[in-house]
Structures are given as structure tokens and as C-alpha cells.
Design a protein. Sequence first.
Length: 540
Amino acid sequence: MFSMLVLVLADNYLMMFVGWEGVGLCSYLLIGFYFHRQSASDAGKKAFIVNRIGDAGFLLGVMLITVTFGSLNFLEVTEAARSGHFAVGDGVITAICILLFVGATGKSAQIPLYVWLPDAMEGPTPVSALIHAATMVTAGVYMVARSNALYVLAPTALALVAAIGAATAIWAASIGLAQNDIKRVLAYSTVSQLGYMFLACGVAAFGAGIFHLMTHAFFKALLFLGSGSVIHALSGEQDMRKMGALWGKIPTTARTMLIATLAISGAPLLSGFFSKDEILWQSFASPYGSKILWIIGVVTAGMTGFYMFRLFFLTFAGKSRVPHEVEHHIHESPSSMTVPLIILAAGALGAGWIGWPKALGGSNHFEHFLEPVFENPALRAAEHHTWSLEFGLMLSSVAVAAVGFYIAYRWYVKSPETPERVVASVEPLYRVVLNKYYVDELYDALFVNRAKDLGDGLAAFDLGIVDGGVNGVGFTTRVTAEASRLWDLWVIDGLVNVLAFVTKLLSYPARILQTGLVQAYALLIVLGVLVFMGYYFLHF
């Protein structure tokens, strides 16, 4: 909570970056909470490393803002951007926006840096709800929306944001179609919904993006906590193929999950309906939007309806596939788990009403509330279109979502053998989607293993060349030192010792006479005198 509040309450980019890194650290620690489990530990490290790539872009963008504007304060940067000093399409502003968006792709799991978020489910289920619903994974959307004054000056960056958002939305939704782990389906759903938010920001409908961020928090937290209640009831089971017929056994969980499923699918008058259709409308009507973006958004809405009701029907409807040893333990979760579900269900039902669109007789209070923050050319452009067009587009998106619901109902309730036949007919394609298009394997082959090879090569260079050179110098030093020691011992010291020995040897007679005794010296003197006198008398 502290890190998220620092992020959203910061009045400048540097303090935002502090909160940004804080929520990143929290994500890493929470994902790896079960540190004794290798998969959780690896998932935490994966999230940390992937986000470092994005954060490098964010930091470079912040540095470029400092150089360009001489300030990091949001108000000062916004006023300077709106002063008319910078032309639309300015290269520096475009570079800033793209670098900031690189940070957003990491934090908010967009192509190509989305791979860490599905693994975030390794954390406890309440942690999954926190990461996927609160301002941790959605921080990238907030940052882009907060920088709206810069992005409206960079149409190229806006187009990139919209394209990446739309591509991520449909890409992640397609992966969610085939997943069997209940939390993994929800994880890819989060990636897809984040794509919707960036699609809105990319067509300059920043208010719509933040609106979906808000409504998404309710139904996504509800979905994750509801899945946690299901997992609790099934003694830890997460595979939907081993569930079924739980509607009457855990009724509170089932009913709240149904509300969340309807909300995320865009069922009329629920929270997701208002925010998602606002995004689709803006992607069609905005001068930054296009029919292609709208079509991708609508197709994604249909896929969302299918995979979410697939999850719901596999879990709560049909025949029970729960193992016998688990089935007799099934029970509703305690009130400490169900009461939060009920509260979030109320939000999933009514949180979108504050954004009731004009096409349905409302005034979209949420968007008007944010008008002082956003300079929204998309909103002004949309006003030139007829409300009948908006209403028609709204009906078409609801119809597509309803088709997704109907297919899921036919396949998983009315004729459960149909999915097996469909899978058998498209087995290769199904395997590709089930294995997430092998993106993780591709990243391992291109980057992870190559980084390991580089590390192994640098280690070999360090061991063979650097350490080899150091050890060679050390060996040479030891050899020359030993030779010097032997030369000093046998030649220098030997010569000195020989001279000393010769001197000692030659001085032996003198040392015999040099006793230091006066008596001996006197005796020698007397003997010398006697010898001299004897010699004298004998010769003379």
C-alpha cells in the first residue's frame, strides 16, 4: 500500500519512479512468497529481471525529460508541453513517450515483456488478486495517462501504444482460450484487459483507460479471490479439468464468480460493460483510432466471453470431475473469505455506473471528473458522431460477447464432448496455443540461454585469460624469486661466508695469542726478550 500510494501521490517523475520500483520490489517478494518452491522462486526472479528491462527505458525517459524540460514536476512538464513551444510530432517528445512506454510494457505486461505476469500466480491467491487488480501491474497505464500532455504531442508514440495494446489484448485472450489452470486463465485475462487499457490510451482516450483500470480492479480481484475460494474448497486443486458441478456446493463463491464473469465479459449494465464499451467506442471514433483497432477490440471481447464462461462452466456446471478423495471435503469458504467476495461483487455490479455513457442517457461523470487532468482530443472528436452510431457499436460488441458465451455454453454444458472433437481436429494449433505460442521457449533460446552462454564464455575468459595471466605472473614471480633466493644463498652469501671462513682460518694463530690476559702478554714479552737475548748471545 505504501509503494502504491507513493506512486500515485507523487507530483514528479522521480518520486513516481521511487513508488514504481517499490511496487516492483513488492511484486518480486510476493510472487516468490513460497520461496521453498522452485517454481515460485523462479517466477519471482523472472518478474524482477523482465521489469529491469522495462525500468531501464523508464529511467532513460525520465532523464530525457530532465534535459528537455529542466524539471520533473508533473505540473511544470504539463504546462510546458501545452504551451505550444513543442510541435506535434517533435522527435524528442516522441522519444520520451516511447521510452516511458517501454517501462509501461514491463510493469503492465505488454508485448514483448508480458511473460512475467502469468507466472505471478505462483504467489498466494490473495497476492495474485493484489498484483493483478491494484496499482501494481496497472501502474504502467497510470503513468502513460499521467503523461497525457506529452503523448498528445507524439502521434507516433500514441499509435505504438494503441498497436501494442490491441495486439496484447487479442494475443493474451487467445492463449487464455486453452489454459486449464484456473489462475492462469485469469492471469492471461489480466494481460488482455491491460491491453484494452493501453488501447484506450493509444487513441488518446486516457479517461476511458483509467475508467477501465478502476472497474477492472473490482471484477479481477473478485475473480482471483473467488478462484482462491474454489481452490480452498478443493484442497488446493487448480486444474479446471478436475472440477465441475460446484454451483450447489459452494453457492456464495459460485454466485459472486458469476457476477465477475459477466462483468469482465461486458454484460450490459455491469461495470465492465461501461468501461470496455467506452474503450471500443473511442477506438472507433477517436481521430487516433481506426476500424482495425475497433475490430480487434470486438473480437477480443468475444474471446473474453468464451474463455471466461469456459472457466465458469468447467468449474461450477456440468458433471463433477473432482477426485473422490477430495469430493467429500468440499465446503463453502468461511465468512472471512466470502464477505470480501460479496463486497467486490457489489463493485463489479455497480462501479461502472459513474461512467454511464451519453448514448444511454447518462453524462459519464467519471470522464468529466478527470477532464481537468486530461486534454482529451478523442472525447471532443467523439462528440461529432451520432449517439445512434455509438449505441449500434455497443450492441455489436455485446452481441459478439454473447456469441462467446453461447459457444462456451454449448461446448461445456450441452455437449461436453465437443471440445475434445474440436481439439482433435486442430491438434497442432491447439498445442501451440496451449504452450503459449512457445514464447517462453523462444525467449529462453534467444536471450536466456544466450545470456548463460555469454556468462559461461566470460567465466572461461576470466578463468583462462585473466586468472591465467595473473596466475602466470604469480608463477613467474615465484620462480624468479626462488632463483634470486638461491643466488643470494649460494653465491652472495657463499662468497661472504668463504671470505669469512678464510679470514677465520688465517686468524687462528693470532687468536691463539690474543687471549686478553695481561699475564699472558707479559709472559710473551719475557719470552720474546729471552729469545732475542739468546739469539744475540749466540751470534755475538
